[in-house]
Design a binder for this molecule. Structure first.
Ligand code: SF4
Length: 373
């Protein structure tokens, strides 16, 4: 049963001050010194929030350092070429986020004279900024009483209040958001939000939460009932779809490879790739490659040797990607597409931004003995 937030707050009202103090004292003790915690510059805090979304701190830190060095101000970033941004972003995934971040920075510089929004709703008017990022920037950089609700905070809140409803539902998310605001320390909202996220990341773990080391154990209903791992409640998911993908590496007489750029609106939009696509039910790999290459580029190719097989997992599906050398059939037109495309030497491939799975093909391509033509 979903706990009634009002009754929860009534019974705990006197306790929230003590809760906030316990959380804050603990956080001061364990707080990791991360570069974005040592600044109040809205630009660097915005950057860290975008880079660290759905990313572990250890993985995101080198990206933050690279971006903060390359683009110390929003003006530097707005002036940057999108290709350079995507190249620096490579490996972080969610490439639409990079494009939106760049577009939002350009908007701030060109339409607002470099002045940052000052309210949560104003932040959300920028491309790619949703409730999580707007709450984070406005509380951390601008001291506004906004509660940040990420995956870690959802786990902590649903356990504290034993929220017994599917956490993926918007009604439950609204309830969690309300509860997060109820316990928020609005004298130091940024620090409180950091502490809640840190608690979820290091103590209130998905499996085997460390309740004996938890500073807010005394307020936790799930711990009192002995069933914290039951929260957050999640609906059972179906099996993760799997796709078989084929791509063709076509080399010209000068040793250059044909690559094309994905449409901006597509998944991994703006990144470069080798032509190819999904294998249909019952279709052989070589047959699929020849069809996909023809459909995408107009060129008739014959599949050659297998270069490598790459397995990769995205958030909602997995792929097995088969890369082949391929050869133009006699009389075939050269490949071309309505999308940006080019022939590029192997040693220049590192200058373009590719999806991570394609990067592994490039490594295999460099050591492949041929023949290519
Ligand atoms: Fe999480 Fe346990 Fe702390 Fe409750 S007591 S918030 S379940 S770590």
């Amino acid at each position: 049963m979903t706990p009634e937030p009002t009754s929860a707050s009534t019974s705990h009202t006197a306790g929230w001050e003590a809760f906030r103090r316990a959380l804050s004292t603990w956080f001061e003790r364990v707080r990791r010194p991360l570069p974005w915690r040592e600044t109040s510059d809205p630009w660097l805090i915005w950057m860290s929030e975008v880079l660290l979304q759905q990313t572990r701190v250890e993985q995101g830190l080198p990206y933050y350092e690279a971006f903060a060095t390359a683009y110390p101000t929003v003006e530097d970033f707005a002036r940057a070429d999108l290709d350079d941004v995507l190249r620096l972003w490579e490996g972080l995934g969610y490439y639409a986020r990079a494009r939106n971040f760049h577009a939002a920075a350009q908007h701030v510089v060109r339409e607002r004279g470099g002045v940052f929004p000052t309210s949560r709703s104003d932040w959300e008017s920028l491309p790619g900024i949703g409730p999580y990022t707007s709450a984070a920037i406005s509380s951390l950089a601008q001291n506004q009483p906004e509660a940040v609700v990420d995956g870690n905070v959802i786990r902590v809140i649903t356990r504290l209040f034993r929220v017994d409803a599917d956490a993926s539902q918007s009604r439950t998310r609204a309830l969690v958001d309300r509860l997060a605001h109820e316990i928020l320390d609005d004298t130091r909202p940024g620090r409180h939000n950091e502490a809640m996220m840190e608690l979820g990341a290091t103590v209130c773990l998905p499996r085997s939460p460390r309740c004996d080391a938890c500073p807010v154990l005394a307020w936790c209903r799930a711990a009192a009932e002995g069933d914290p791992e039951r929260f957050p409640v999640k609906k059972k998911k179906g099996p993760i779809p799997h796709l078989t993908i084929v791509v063709g590496l076509l080399c010209d007489a000068e040793g250059r490879f044909f690559v094309q750029r994905r449409p901006e609106s597509a998944m991994l939009g703006g990144l470069w790739e080798f032509p190819g696509g999904k294998c249909r039910e019952g279709e052989g790999l070589e047959e699929a490659l020849e069809r996909e290459f023809r459909e995408e580029t107009g060129a008739q190719v014959r599949a050659g040797a297998s270069i490598c097989t790459v397995r990769h997992a995205y958030s909602h599906f997995r792929i097995t990607l088969h890369a082949f050398s391929c050869h133009l059939k006699p009389g075939s037109p050269s490949p071309t597409t309505a999308l940006p495309h080019r022939w590029i030497a192997p040693d220049a491939l590192s200058e373009l931004a590719f999806p991570r799975a394609n990067r592994r093909i490039i490594e295999a391509l460099i050591s492949f003995p041929g023949p290519w033509t």
